[in-house]
Design a protein around this ligand. Structure first.
Ligand SMILES: Nc1ncnc2c1ncn2[C@@H]1O[C@H](COP(=O)(O)OP(=O)(O)OP(=O)(O)O)[C@@H](O)[C@H]1O
Ligand SMILES: O=P(O)(O)OC[C@H]1O[C@H](OP(=O)(O)OP(=O)(O)O)[C@H](O)[C@@H]1O
Ligand SMILES: [Mg+2]
Length: 299
């Protein structure tokens, strides 16, 4: 456990998770300025320090209690846990919650000309990856032997460079695979960013701060997933219209001036309202449909 009485949070310095991690903490009311050159950023309004590091270092820092909290991809967390289990090192973290960014998957991929049937097609072949432990677990469960080619970056170029027959790497849109003449054959792990806490007990003041941050994170994420919906609806189709609003319980129904056949509906929906639903609402006679973002939410 850290000895400092300021709460330490590790986030990725620069990369796929850095902007979203910083944005999330800022949305929770933590005020800080990041200096690109500096590893540490002190919050102005709360006893919190942000440590800006390589994402691979975050699970270890949390597991060892060097920092109190961390924001990390589940893929990197799980890989580090498997690595530490292998060498008998403490690998515990408290998983506080998944976050709403950093969605990707760890997949097997092979060159377009490779006749892939199932994972057994890779028997005895060489697979390039930055995730040797997740790959090993998957292949061991299937009873397939293969050869490792450990690369920290540029994994997708390995087959073309003659370093490997296939790869096991992160995919989101698939554009990188396509650009490198590869296709995805098997998803071996699905990942999101998550908020984790060091094992063991925090001091009461730090615990109170973590509770406060957690409640705010919950509010921020919930608000981002929700929408405020306003519309006018014919009373005749009111029930059908309300049923179409995703996750909107007990919407407010208000009378309209000089119109007894129509009402105004105000509702908080637990998810976005897609165009298809808006078109269905319109077909049921709804009009003046407004879908608005919600900035904050509590209770
Ligand atoms: N294409 C993607 N879309 C969404 N999330 C992704 C994508 N690629 C990676 N991620 C998530 O973001 C994390 C960080 O990815 P990034 O590519 O920035 O890592 P990195 O190059 O290892 O960075 P670092 O320099 O910090 O080691 C990944 O571990 C994964 O959880
Ligand atoms: O399926 P896609 O949408 O193409 O995304 C996948 C790519 O994204 C990540 O790399 P990133 O772009 O973060 O750069 P990096 O290789 O420098 O980490 C990942 O390592 C893949 O290479
Ligand atoms: Mg990394």
């Amino acid at each position: 456990m850290t000895t400092s009485n300021r709460l330490r949070i590790a986030i990725q310095k620069s990369g796929r998770l850095s902007k979203d991690s910083q944005q999330l903490l800022k949305s929770c009311g933590i005020k800080f300025n990041v200096n690109e050159q500096r590893l540490i950023a002190h919050a102005d309004n709360m006893p919190i320090d942000l440590l800006r590091v390589r994402d691979d270092d975050i699970p270890g820092l949390v597991m060892d209690g060097v920092v109190d909290l961390g924001i990390i991809g589940e893929n990197v967390l799980e890989e580090e846990q498997l690595e530490r289990e292998l060498i008998g090192k403490r690998a515990e973290v408290i998983k506080l919650r998944p976050l709403d960014f950093g969605a990707c998957r760890l997949s097997l991929a092979v060159p377009t000309e490779f006749a892939y049937q199932d994972a057994a097609s890779l028997e005895g072949l060489r697979i390039a990856t930055s995730y040797p432990n997740l790959l090993r677990r998957f292949m061991q469960n299937k009873g397939i032997s293969y050869q490792d080619c450990m690369l920290k970056g540029s994994v997708e170029v390995a087959p073309r460079a003659g370093l490997a027959d296939g790869i096991c790497d992160l995919v989101s849109t698939g554009a990188t695979l396509e650009a490198n003449g590869l296709y995805e054959t098997e998803v071996i792990f699905r990942s999101m960013a998550c908020l984790v806490q060091a094992p063991g007990e925090l001091s009461p003041s730090k615990q109170a701060l973590v509770d406060k941050i957690m409640s705010r994170v919950n509010g921020v994420v919930q608000a981002r997933e929700s929408k405020y919906i306003l519309l006018h609806a014919p009373t005749a189709t009111l029930e059908q219209i309300v049923a179409l609003l995703p996750g909107a319980e007990n919407p407010t129904v208000l009378p309209l001036n000089d119109d007894t056949n129509r009402v105004a509906i105000h509702a908080v929906s637990s998810e976005d309202l897609f165009w298809d639903t808006m078109e269905q609402l319109k077909a049921l006679g709804a009009s003046s449909i407004l879908v608005m973002p919600i900035e904050k939410m509590m209770g």
